[in-house]
Every structure is written in structure tokens, then in C-alpha cells.
Design a binder for this molecule. Sequence first.
Ligand code: NAD
Length: 435
Amino acid sequence: MNIAVIGTGYVGLVTGTCLAEIGHHVTCMDIDPEKIKTLQSGRSTIYEPGLEELLQNNIENNRLDFTTDYATGLANKGIVYIAVGTPENEDGSANLTFVEAVSKDIAKYAQNDLIVVTKSTVPVGTNHQIQNWIKENLQQDVNIKVASNPEFLREGSAVYDTFNGDRIVIGTDDENTANTLEEINRPFGVPVYRTDVNSAEMIKYASNAFLATKISFINEIANICEKTGANVADVAKGMGMDDRIGSKFLNAGIGFGGSCFPKDTQSLIHIAKEVDYDFEILKGVVEVNHQQKVKLVDQLIERFGSSLEQMKIAVLGLAFKPNTDDMREAASIDVINKLSSYNVNITAYDPIAIDQAKKVIKENVNYTTDIEEALTNADVALIITEWDQVKQLEFNTFKKLMKTPIIFDGRNCYDPKEAEKASVEYHSIGRPSVT
Ligand code: NAD
């Protein structure tokens, strides 16, 4: 199949590269000329395990190319994926400006019949709107079908997820379109679930909102565990043994961030509001997450009072989760912002997200990719992202390098019993502190 993918961010680049890997001819398009230039040279513009290798192989095998030019990109293609961003508007709704612009450009440059596949996360009804935008702007007498195909990949394991996903959702009322899309995806070996367009759009939001709910739920249980003397790790294990609950997404911590959960929960609250429905549970999920993100700073103040002046603080991890350089809605931003009002010295470690972090963190921070440098002479260490490099640290390293080995762990990376043995002061989420 000849396929175009519009938008080469996390979703578009991974989708395009993986579609090439299973044998399709793919042209990835973006409006950002720098991005396209970098990709043409075989370098990935995002950090994603395994991606650059696939990118280079498929460029070499002439199955993958890149362009900023719509006429070139759409020439001789039968399928066009839309994978541009749908960021959050100020009122929480999804911003569809990019989707609208792309739809109109597809209409302008379409020379033959096309199936337009929406990968971007869009509110219910948007695919019908896309169909209208295209219809109103078509220049040629061609047939355009629009289908919803929401994306479920996780940053940090996006390539793996594309080949090992739980399901591929195809939303369309046209059987031939569904057959074609199922055929395209067959080599991935992932189960396909067919439904109507509106339901496909809702599946994406409902899935993300449910996962976010699980996270905020276990975080509230953790907060109660701290006050009652229970241990949230044991509680989550006991809960997860029940098949109806499942063990995933029950790790207590400092909440969710990233490019999807925060904006998709807000967007679903807004979708509900538009139809006069007050989505109370989801509003609670968002509020709990907001407070949870800065919980380590609250713990720090509880421990030291508000006199943190001149304290040297090591912040371990900046990315919103491991194996990505994505800083969107990362807890580190809120933590550093809150800490900075206490006139402390912050040294932040991250193996790959520092360049992205500098774009969004405005406070005065020393950055390092050397974890030991971050810990040297620190008064306290705050663990924000559970990078392997962080999880592998031994308590002796904290003891050896820090002025005082006091750890506030937002991701429950270590065993409190080991901290006790090593005589390290250790505070985590929902588990008894070691003092
Ligand atoms: P992104 O911001 O990383 O990438 C979007 C890309 O689109 C950018 O490179 C931008 O330059 C390009 N673009 C914007 N307007 C364009 C235009 N008119 N023509 C061509 N290119 C254009 O976004 P992302 O994280 O890949 O997310 C894309 C969509 O997929 C969003 O709706 C998101 O909610 C959804 N999604 C994201 C993830 C994820 O983990 N990132 C997972 C599932 C779904």
C-alpha cells in the first residue's frame, strides 16, 4: 500500500516507520522543515527505543521518505493518516486547529480517491467534521472516506506497542474501508476491533480517563495508607490479584503527566459538559493528580519546616516517565516551580530530557547527565522519574555522596527495609517512612 502520514511527532513518526517496516511504502509529512531535514538524514527527532534503527533500515530499503510538500506527499497515495497534535485549549477542550488545517490541505491536494485515517485523539463527532472540511474544500472529483483509528501506544515503548498492542480500533460505517484498514494492519498481528466512528473516538478518551482514574485512585489509597500505617505496595498487590481489578496502573506515586492523560481527561470533562453532563469522578481524578504532583515538596516542608533556604536539592529525573525525553506536563516542572519559591539550590539529573526540560523550566536549575554529580553534597534527593539509572542506585552511593542521605522517593523505587538496614532516611509514597 502507498501511505502518507501527516505529522511526524511521537505518533506519526512511529506509525509511519512501523507501517514501512511491515512492507508499505510510506511518506511522512510535517510542516516543520528542520524536523523533516533531520529525519531525511536518518536521525530520529524523538527518543524512542528501537525507532532510529527501523527508520534507517526503511529509508535504505526505499520504503520510507519524508517531505514538507503536500503535493509530493499525497501523490499516488491511497491512504492518509492524520497524526497531528490536538493540544488543550484554555477551557480544557481539544484544539482542533491542526486537524482542520490538515483536512483542508488534504482536500486541496487530493488527486485520487483516498481513505483518510484519524490517528489523532479527537472529540466525538470530529471525524464527521473532518469529512465536511474535506468535502467543502475538494478541488477534484474524487471519493474520500474518513475513518477513526485512535492510537494507544505509550511513549518509551512506542515501537514495541505498535507490534504488540492489545487492539487496533477501526471506526467506520463503511465495510470496504474497514476491510482495507484491517488488511493494512494485518502484519502487526494485533487484534482488530471494528465499531462505528463515534464509539471509536470515545474508546480512546474513555480508556485514557479510566487509566488516569486508576492512578489517582491508588494515590488516594496511598495517602490514606500513610495516615493509617498500611503499606500501599502490599495493598496494591493484594488488590491486583483480583482479575476484575488487574495489577497494572496500581503503582502509587506522584501522579500522571505526559502529552495525553492530562489533556485527554480535561477534554473528556469538556465533551461531557458540552452535552450538559457533569463528569464528577473525572474532575476528582484531575484534582487529586494536581495535588499529588507536588507531594514530595509537601513532605519536605513537613520534615524541615518552611526554612529550606540554601538547601542543596538533587532532583533525580525530569522526563514525565522513563525512556522518553517528553517533558509535557512532567511532575518535575511543578516540583521545581514550587521549590524555587523557597530559595533552594537545585541540581537536576536526567539522562536524556535536559534539552527539552530547558525549554519549559524557567527557574534557575543546574542540569547534569551525571547522577553522581547531582547527589554530591546534596542535603536531600527527590526522585521524580524512575529511570533505570535511578532504580539501580545503591543506598551506599547516597550515603557516600550526599551531605545527609535523606531521600524523598516519588516513584517508590526502593525497598524501605533496605533503607533501614543502610541507615538512610527514606520517605516514599503510601509506605511507612524510615527515619
Ligand atoms: P506531536 O506534537 O509530537 O507531533 C505533532 C506533529 O504534527 C508535529 O511534528 C507538528 O509539526 C506536526 N504538524 C502540525 N501541523 C501540521 C500540518 N498542518 N501539517 C503537517 N504536520 C503538522 O504530537 P503527538 O504526541 O505525536 O500526538 C499526536 C496525536 O496523537 C495527538 O492527538 C495525541 O493526543 C495523540 N496520541 C499521542 C500519544 C503519545 O503518546 N504522544 C499516544 C496516543 C495518541
